[in-house]
Design a protein around this ligand. Sequence first.
Ligand code: A2P
Length: 336
Amino acid sequence: MTEGPGPSIGNQHATTDFSMKSLTFRNQDVMPALGLGTWKSAPGEVGAAVREAIRIGYRHIDCAAIYGNEAEIGAALRAVFDEGEVRREDLWITSKLWNNAHKRQDVEPALRQTLADLQLEYLDLYLIHWPIALKPDADFPESGEDFLSWDEAPLTDTWAAMEACVSKGLARHVGVSNFSRSNLDRLSEGASITPEVNQIELHPLLQQNDFVAECRENGIHITAYSPLGSRDRPQRLVRDDDPVLLENPVIGRIAEKHGAPPAQVLIAWAIGRGTAVIPKSVNPKRLRENFAALQLGLDPSDLDAIAGLDKHFRFVDGAVWTMEGSPYSLTDLWDD
Ligand code: A2P
């Protein structure tokens, strides 16, 4: 994977500053390690949550077109800027390209729609949401007919269009989400910008240590999604015997030892290993609680205990993309 032109590329390396709790990009732009997740934040709630989060001190907001709430987030951001609480340049805003806009000609219009909804002139980071392509009229697949294969919508084409968005100043940085090692390789053939971030599911039950280390060696920052175990995930993703991460007894014991809530232990663990992390909440008390995790330091014995929890368990397993008739398999998605 090679570095290429564009405002995000210099001869500096991507670095992670553990003490400052931020991740620095190759051009020295800085992403705060702790961000607000907005997946599942309902319209009617998300705007107030974003405003409250910014009041508390969050400066990184993670969005996506498919969450269906970007217009309300945009109105909240507009109000925050108009009232002078923060300036645009004080915030790090990420969004994601949905699966039904992977065709080369559909990428920029999708980004422009997100920018219009968010009432922004540029994104700090734009990600390909999944390495899976759908036909333009399908938000989610109802049958195998709704998919486009990698032959029909090559990831390299989608990536070339993402790179063009950087050249046009619509996104400062570009990356991916839910990409395995093989899919990063597939996308990077002929790329001029190395993906700068891979946003993946990560928590103590799914630690992916080797993959995280490998991405870092290749200059790819990692953002951890579903860090609290995503208890409010859609019903289609819930199985009866799924673990409840926030009630894990090992996490509970560590939390008790520090006099901290379990969510703070999970967030502090993610930040301590050098990833960004985007816990979702729409509740003011929990937003505050999660932000205070920046002050929590875990002991080596805590980290040892958490290391023992890894089960390679996914809350978001991608099975929806592998329905009968789909050109994609779970191996295509996760390599395993
Ligand atoms: P709520 O939005 O009502 O606070 P994830 O970030 O892994 O997707 O998890 C989000 C889920 O965790 C939501 O149900 C959210 O509910 C809940 N949550 C967020 N912060 C906390 C917290 N500090 N303690 C308990 N639950 C939390």
